[in-house]
Design a protein around this ligand. Structure first.
Ligand code: GDP
Ligand code: MG
Length: 785
C-alpha cells in the first residue's frame, strides 16, 4: 500500500469517505462486500468503541461495526459531504399494477397448473438477522420461538405449520446477509434453499434498512424459486415518514410484495394468501437478470451472460439455478464449482471471461458482483422509495448509546447493570418470592403427609414421599422465583439490544484473551443455561473461536446451579449470602479468563476472527416477548423438577434405603448407595468432602445440577450444619460451580464438537473443578474461615 492511500482507519468521527478499494481476502472480504462495503459506497464514521476499537460506521443507511485492523484494508477518499449518486423521488406516483400479488386476478389461470391438493407446501423463511423472521414465524404458526434483538438468536432451523393451513410447513432459518456462506449458520440457510428445495420462499425484508436487506433478496431471486417478499417493520417505516410505491417496487423486482408489521400482526393474513398462492401455482420471479447493459460499458453484463451459457448444461445436471450458479462461479464459490463439475477446459474459458471483465470494469470479480447487485438496488430504491427520516428510534438509540457505549461510561455502566441485575435477583426480588413459595411448599407437604397418615399408607411409601419427593423436589422448586427473575432480566437485556453493544465494546478486551466480542453473546446466554449457549456459538465464524467459546461457556454459572449456591449461602453465610452468590459468578468468569489465556497460548494459538456486526436499534422489549420467554422458562423449570429431578431423587432415595439384597435398611450406611459412593469417597477426602452422602449428591448433579441440593436435603434434612462448615461449604460451592454441567450440556457439546469431545470436556472440567476446590479449601483453612 502506498503512503498516500487513505483508509477507513484515517477517518475521524463524523467525517465522510467514499470507498475506493476493498483489500483483504477470502471469506472475510466477501463478507465485507456482502455487507455493502463496496467500491463507490459512501460512509460516515460514527464513533469508536470505548477502548478505541472497533469502530462504528454508517453505510447504506445502517450501522456496521468493524475492527481498525480490517478498516485499514479499505481504501477510501475523504469527501466533504455525502450525497446519493442518484436523485430520489419526492412523491409517490401510483403505477399501474403489474399483475403481481393480487391473488392472481391479473393472471390467466388456465395456463397455470396448480400443485395437487395433497402436496405439502413447504416454505423457507429467509431474511437478514434481526429482520423479524422469528416474530413472523410465531405469528404464522402460533408457536413460541425465542425472539431477540441481537444477531444470532435463531441458530438452527425450526419447522411449523401455518395456522389454518394444514398442508403447509414453514421453516424459520438463521438470519443471513447473503448466499455466500461465512458462518456455519449461514450454510444451514443456504443449504436449505438449495438442497431441501422448498416449494416457495418467504423473504422477509426490513423496510427501515431496505438497501442492505435487498442484497439478499436479489440473490434469492436469482435462485428462481417462487417467492413473496414480506416487507416488515412497516409501522416504524411509515411512522417516520417513509413511503413506498408498492406497485412500482413489485414490478421492478418481479415478485409480490406484502407490507406487514410482524410485531403488530398487521398484513400477515394477506401475506399468507400470497404465500399459499405462489407456492400452489409455482409462480416464479419474473426476473433474474439484474445487470445493466450500459454499466461499465457492459463488461459485467457480458461476463455473466457468457458464463451462464458456458455452464448451462452443468447447472441443469446438478439441479442448480442457472443465474445463481453463474454469479457464484464468478465469485469463485468453491461449493458451487464442485457441484457443477466443470472440466479443465471449461474452467479456463470461464477464467478468461472473468479476467476480461475485471480488466474492462476495473473491479475484481467479487466486487463486480456486489456492485452489480447494489447498483440495481439503488435504481429500485431511487424510483420507488421515499426513505424515512432519521427515525425516532435511531435518535433515541444514539442518545442511549452515548451513555451505554460512551468512551468512559460503557464499562462502568455494564458493571453497574450486571451488579444491579444480580443484586435484585439474589437479594431482593428472588428471596422475597422464594420465602413465600417455601412456606407454601412446606404447608403443602405437611398436608400431604397428614393425608398419608390418615389413610395409613405403608411406611416405605411415606418415607419416599416425605424424604424423597417433598424434601428433594420441593427444595428445587423453591428456587423457581430466583431462576425466573434471572431469566427476566436476561431477556430484557437481550430484547432491548443491549447485548449486541456489550459484544461491541468488550471486543478489545476479549481479544486480549484470544476471543472476539461475539463470544460474549453465548457466554451471557450461558448464565441462563449452557445448552442454548453452546448452540449459540454457531454464530461464530471460525472453528477456533467456536471451540474455545464452547469450552469456556460451562464456567458461566447456569441457573441450575443457583439452588446449590442459595442453599449453602443461606445456611452458612447469613446476610452475606447475596455477595457469596455474586462472588461465585465472578469467580466462574475469572476461571474462564484464566483458561482462555492458557488455551490461547497452547492449543488454540492464532487470532480471533474479525469482528463485523450490525448494531440494532434499541427497542422497548415487548411485554409479549418477555412474557412468552418467561412462560417457556417456567414450564421448562417445572417440567425438569417433575421429570429428571423427580426421577433422580427417587433413584437416589431407593439406593439410599435398600441394600444389595433389596431389603430396606434402617441405617443408610449399609445401603447400596453407601457401597457405591464408598469407592469414590476417598477421592474427595482431600477436599474435605469425603462423606459418601456428599459424594452421592455430586454424582447425581451430573443428571441435573439441581439434584445436588435435592440429594443433600434427602440425606441430611435440616442437619446440614452438622456435616458442613463454612470451609467445606465454600469448597463444595466452588466444585459445583466448575464441574461439568448436566448431561444435556455434555450432549450439546458432543453435538457441536463431535464424538469424544463431550466426555473429554466433562473430564477436563471435573479436573479443573477438583483443582480449584482444593485450592479454595487451602485458602479457607489458611484464612481460618
Ligand atoms: P430475527 O433475527 O429475524 O428472527 O428477528 P426477531 O424476530 O428476533 O426480531 C428482531 C427484533 O425486531 C425484535 O426485537 C422484534 O421485537 C422486532 N420486530 C419484529 N417485527 C417487528 C415489526 O414489525 N415492527 C417493529 N417495530 N419491530 C419488530
Ligand atoms: Mg430469529
Amino acid at each position: 500500500m502506498s503512503n498516500k492511500e487513505v483508509t477507513l482507519k484515517d477517518l475521524k468521527v463524523n467525517e465522510h469517505g467514499r470507498i475506493l478499494k476493498v483489500g483483504g481476502e477470502g471469506a472475510l472480504r466477501q463478507h465485507f462486500l456482502d455487507m455493502g462495503v463496496i467500491p463507490g459506497a459512501e460512509v460516515t464514521l460514527v464513533k469508536f468503541a470505548p477502548l478505541g476499537d472497533p469502530m462504528e460506521l454508517q453505510i447504506h443507511g445502517y450501522e456496521l461495526s468493524l475492527r481498525l485492523e480490517d478498516a485499514g484494508k479499505i481504501v477510501i477518499e475523504k469527501i466533504d459531504e455525502r450525497k446519493n449518486k442518484h436523485q430520489r423521488i419526492e412523491t409517490i406516483v401510483n403505477h399501474a399494477h403489474p399483475g403481481l400479488g393480487e391473488d392472481g386476478i391479473f393472471h390467466d389461470k388456465k395456463t397455470e397448473v396448480p400443485l395437487p391438493e395433497d402436496e405439502i407446501l413447504t416454505y423457507a423463511l429467509v431474511g437478514n438477522q434481526n429482520s423479524g423472521k422469528t416474530t413472523l414465524f410465531n405469528q404464522l404458526t402460533g408457536s413460541n420461538q425465542h425472539v431477540g434483538n441481537f444477531p444470532g438468536v435463531t441458530v438452527d432451523r425450526k419447522d411449523g405449520v401455518i395456522r389454518g393451513y394444514k398442508n403447509t410447513c414453514i421453516t424459520d432459518l438463521p438470519g443471513i446477509y447473503s448466499m455466500s456462506p461465512y458462518t456455519s449458520e449461514e450454510i444451514v440457510s443456504r443449504n436449505f434453499v438449495l438442497n431441501d428445495k422448498p416449494k416457495a420462499i418467504i423473504n422477509i425484508v426490513d423496510a427501515t434498512n431496505i438497501e442492505r436487506n435487498l442484497y439478499l433478496t436479489i440473490q434469492l431471486l436469482e435462485m428462481n424459486v417462487p417467492m413473496v417478499i414480506a416487507l416488515n417493520m412497516m409501522d416504524e417505516f411509515t411512522g417516520n415518514k417513509g413511503a413506498i410505491d408498492l406497485n412500482g417496487f413489485e414490478e421492478m423486482l418481479g415478485v409480490p410484495v406484502v407490507p406487514i408489521s410482524a410485531a403488530k400482526n398487521e398484513g400477515v393474513d394477506e401475506l399468507v394468501n400470497h404465500a399459499i398462492h405462489i407456492a400452489k401455482y409455482q409462480e416464479r420471479p419474473k426476473k433474474q437478470d439484474f445487470c445493466l447493459k450500459e454499466d461499465h460499458d457492459g463488461a459485467v453484463h457480458r461476463c455473466i451472460h457468457t458464463v451462464e451459457s458456458l455452464i448451462e448444461d452443468h447447472a441443469l445436471k446438478a439441479g442448480l439455478p442457472l443465474r445463481f450458479s453463474a454469479t457464484k462461479v464468478i465469485e469463485n464459490d468453491q461449493l458451487i464449482l464442485k457441484q457443477l463439475d466443470l472440466d479443465q477446459n471449461e474452467k479456463e474459458t470461464i477464467e478468461h471471461v472473468i479476467l476480461q471483465m475485471e480488466k474492462e470494469s476495473g473491479m475484481d470479480r467479487s466486487a463486480a458482483m456486489a456492485d452489480m447487485r447494489f447498483d440495481f438496488i439503488e435504481r429500485v430504491c431511487e424510483k420507488t422509495i421515499i426513505k424515512p427520516v432519521e427515525s425516532k428510534e435511531r435518535i433515541r438509540s444514539e442518545k442511549i448509546d452515548n451513555l451505554l457505549t460512551g468512551k468512559w461510561t460503557a464499562i462502568p455502566c455494564f458493571i453497574a447493570i450486571m451488579a444491579m441485575v444480580f443484586l435484585l435477583t439474589f437479594n431482593v426480588i428472588g428471596p422475597f418470592f422464594q420465602d413465600i413459595l417455601d412456606a407454601w411448599i412446606s404447608s403443602l407437604g405437611d398436608l400431604l403427609l397428614q393425608l398419608i397418615d390418615t389413610i395409613g399408607v405403608n411406611p416405605v411409601i411415606r418415607s419416599l414421599v416425605s424424604e424423597g419427593i417433598i424434601e428433594g423436589v420441593g427444595s428445587v422448586l423453591s428456587f423457581f422465583p430466583i431462576v425466573v427473575t434471572l431469566f427476566f432480566f436476561l431477556s430484557i437485556m437481550e430484547d432491548s439490544g443491549y447485548i449486541a453493544r456489550v459484544a461491541f465494546f468488550m471486543d478489545k478486551l476479549c481479544r486480549k484473551i484470544g476471543l472476539s466480542g461475539r463470544s460474549i453473546v453465548p457466554m451471557l446466554i450461558g448464565f441462563g443455561c449452557t445448552v442454548p449457549a453452546v448452540m449459540a456459538t454457531r454464530t461464530l465464524p471460525s472453528k477456533r473461536d467456536r471451540y474455545m467459546t464452547i469450552l469456556l461457556t460451562p464456567f458461566m454459572s447456569c441457573s441450575a446451579k443457583l439452588p446449590i449456591y442459595g442453599y449453602f449461602a443461606n445456611a452458612f453465610f447469613g446476610n452475606k449470602a447475596g455477595f457469596v452468590m455474586i462472588g461465585l459468578y465472578l469467580f466462574g468468569i475469572l476461571v474462564a479468563i484464566a483458561m482462555a489465556l492458557i488455551m490461547k497460548n497452547t492449543v488454540f494459538t492464532g487470532n480471533a476472527v474479525p469482528f463485523v456486526m450490525e448494531l440494532p436499534n434499541y427497542r422497548m422489549p415487548s411485554a409479549k416477548n418477555v412474557l412468552r420467554l418467561l412462560w417457556d422458562k417456567s414450564k421448562d423449570f417445572i417440567t425438569r423438577a417433575f421429570s429428571i429431578i423427580l426421577v433422580s431423587t427417587i433413584i437416589v432415595w431407593f439406593l439410599q434405603h435398600f441394600d444389595i439384597h433389596f431389603n430396606m435398611v434402617e441405617d443408610d450406611s449399609l445401603s447400596i448407595l453407601a457401597l457405591i459412593a464408598g469407592y469414590l469417597a476417598p477421592l474427595f477426602k482431600p477436599l474435605g468432602l469425603g462423606d459418601w452422602r456428599i459424594v452421592t449428591s455430586l454424582v447425581s448433579g451430573f443428571m441435573a445440577k439441581e439434584s445436588v441440593v435435592a440429594t443433600l436435603k434427602m440425606s441430611f434434612g435440616s442437619s446440614i450444619r452438622e456435616v458442613f462448615n463454612a470451609t467445606s461449604a465454600m469448597t463444595i460451592l466452588v466444585f459445583s460451580l466448575l464441574y461439568t454441567p448436566c448431561v444435556a450440556a455434555i450432549a450439546a457439546i458432543k453435538r457441536e464438537l463431535g464424538k469424544g469431545w463431550g466426555v473429554g470436556v466433562a473430564l477436563w472440567q471435573c479436573l479443573v473443578a477438583y483443582l480449584f476446590a482444593f485450592l479454595t479449601r487451602l485458602v479457607c483453612l489458611w484464612i481460618g474461615l
